[in-house]
Design a protein around this ligand. Structure first.
Ligand SMILES: [Zn+2]
Length: 186
C-alpha cells in the first residue's frame, strides 16, 4: 500500500505548502524522514527522486539521483541553488504524486537551468556545495519545487500532456527516460 501523497488524495494540500527547514538539533528527525523517504522510493527504483511533502511531511528534504540509480541517491536537506548560466533545457517530467493518482495522468514539459550551483546539508549536518549539470540539475530543481509547494504539472509555462491511463503515461516516459539518459552527468 503506497503512502505517497497524490494530487487527488485527501492529504493533497500538503503538496501545495512551502516546507519548514530542518533546524539545528533536529538530526534525529532528519534521519527518520530520510529512512521514510528511502522506504517509499527504494521499491520504485530506478527513479529520480522523492520529496518529503510527497510522504506527508512538510519539511525541506528530498532524495535525488542524477542517473536514476540507487547507488547515486543522495539525501538533501535545506537546499538552495543558483544558476551558473542562462542555459535551459525543456524536458518531459513525470511525478509520483501524479503517476499514482486515481485518474489524473499527465506529464509536464518544463524548462530548467542546466548548470546550477547547489547548496544543502547532508545527513551528517555537513554543508555540501557543488555544481550539477544536465539531468541531475533538472531533478534537483523538480524536487526543490516540491519544497516550494509546486508540482511540475502546475508550473507556470509548463506544457502539459494528458493520458487516459497510467499505463500510457508509463509507456510515454519510457522513451523520455532514454533521452534523459543522454544527459546523465555526475
Ligand atoms: Zn515530483
Amino acid at each position: 500500500m503506497s503512502s505517497i501523497v497524490t494530487i487527488d488524495c485527501p492529504q493533497q494540500e500538503i503538496l501545495k505548502k512551502r516546507t519548514e527547514p530542518i533546524k539545528e538539533g533536529e538530526q534525529m528527525l532528519a534521519e527518520e524522514i530520510a529512512s521514510k523517504l528511502y522506504e517509499e522510493l527504494l521499491p520504485r527504483m530506478p527513479a529520480a527522486g522523492l520529496a518529503a511533502p510527497q510522504i506527508g511531511i512538510s519539511r525541506s528534504m528530498f532524495l535525488f539521483s542524477y542517473d536514476r540509480q540507487i547507488e547515486n541517491l543522495e539525501v538533501v536537506i535545506n537546499p538552495s541553488f543558483t544558476p551558473n548560466d542562462e542555459t535551459q533545457f525543456a524536458g518531459w517530467e513525470a511525478c509520483f504524486s501524479v503517476l499514482l493518482s486515481k485518474n489524473t495522468w499527465k506529464v509536464a514539459k518544463v524548462s530548467r537551468y542546466q548548470n546550477i550551483r547547489v547548496r544543502y546539508q547532508n545527513l551528517s549536518g555537513k554543508t555540501i556545495e557543488k555544481d550539477l549539470t544536465g539531468f541531475g540539475a533538472t531533478v534537483f530543481q523538480h524536487e526543490y519545487d516540491h519544497l516550494q509547494g509546486l508540482n511540475c504539472v502546475d508550473r507556470p509555462n509548463a506544457e502539459i500532456k494528458s493520458f487516459d491511463t497510467k499505463e500510457e503515461l508509463i509507456a510515454f516516459m519510457k522513451d523520455v527516460k532514454k533521452e534523459d539518459a543522454k544527459r546523465y552527468e555526475k
